[in-house]
Design a protein around this ligand. Structure first.
Ligand SMILES: [Cu+2]
Length: 261
């Protein structure tokens, strides 16, 4: 119950902005055809608006979970500049070693980012699930992060026009009434040039798309368009302060929808 009030108080304290920050763990596809090194870009951006790119510090953690086994990938991080439509900023590239069949849950725990306009820190713990050969192994299990969104639909095999549900967790417990921002990746990064591409959609005139989780921390969103969709539970994490300032520790999950053909 205490958690609910804290989350609500924190959410109320955040100013209403049209833009939503999203930490990306971006790969061209979530389905890995051939075993090998999968290129990934770690970018802190506004991909729905094709907007401002924020500087990332050195990530605190970067790892994958496959068959329940955690592998540190932080030695693979390479500093990059990501070129957005209006600015460029510090980001990272890496490769994810995908060999055996199954799920690869890739997690970035970024350094807290200081948002000057709000005088708060933001830390978006981002999760994405890659899969090889359709064998499901890890996607429906929590990683055990301070906060995360547990997918209730297979996150790499969502049909456009269906729904996606997730459960917001903090220290493994549901977060009742969590506020979730929903983002469409209107412009997908070009990993070879480490730059943005032409957007295929415009952000909504009404600002951020928002869903509120139920008493079990569960939310559902109808998926209207193929591509990457991001979900960010705001301030759902247990850590609420960083260097003497307020911290919004958010849980981010990326999924990919495809049209039924
Ligand atoms: Cu922003």
């Amino acid at each position: 119950m205490k958690q609910t009030y804290l989350a609500a108080a924190l959410a109320a304290a955040l100013p209403v902005t049209a833009s939503a920050h999203f930490q990306l763990n971006y790969t061209e596809s979530l389905l890995v055809d051939r075993p090998g090194e999968v290129p990934m870009g770690l970018i802190f951006w506004h991909p729905f608006e094709n907007g401002h790119v924020m500087d990332m510090g050195v990530p605190q953690e970067f790892f994958m979970v496959h068959n329940g086994e955690r592998t540190d990938l932080s030695d693979r991080l390479q500093p990059q500049r990501f070129k957005g439509a209006t600015n460029d900023a510090a980001a990272y590239s890496a490769t994810v070693p995908v060999k055996r069949s199954g799920d690869y849950v890739v997690v970035t725990v970024p350094a807290p980012y200081y948002e000057e306009s709000e005088d708060i820190y933001i830390q978006q713990i981002a999760k994405v699930v890659l899969n090889r050969n359709t064998l499901p192994t890890d996607w429906d299990q929590p990683v055990g992060l301070p906060t995360e969104i547990l997918p209730l639909n297979k996150p790499y095999n969502v049909i456009t026009g269906s729904t996606f549900s997730g459960q917001v967790l903090a220290d493994g417990e549901p977060v009742p009434g969590a506020e979730i921002e929903v983002e469409y990746m209107a412009a997908e990064p070009d990993l070879s040039g480490f730059s943005t591409t032409a957007p295929v959609a415009q952000p909504m005139a009404g600002g951020a798309i928002v869903a509120i989780a139920d008493e079990n921390g569960v939310f559902t969103f109808g998926i209207p368009k193929a591509g990457y969709w991001g979900f960010a539970a705001l301030g759902s994490g247990p850590l609420r302060e960083h260097e003497g300032k307020e911290l919004s520790q958010d849980a981010v999950l990326w999924i990919r929808a495809e049209d039924l053909k």
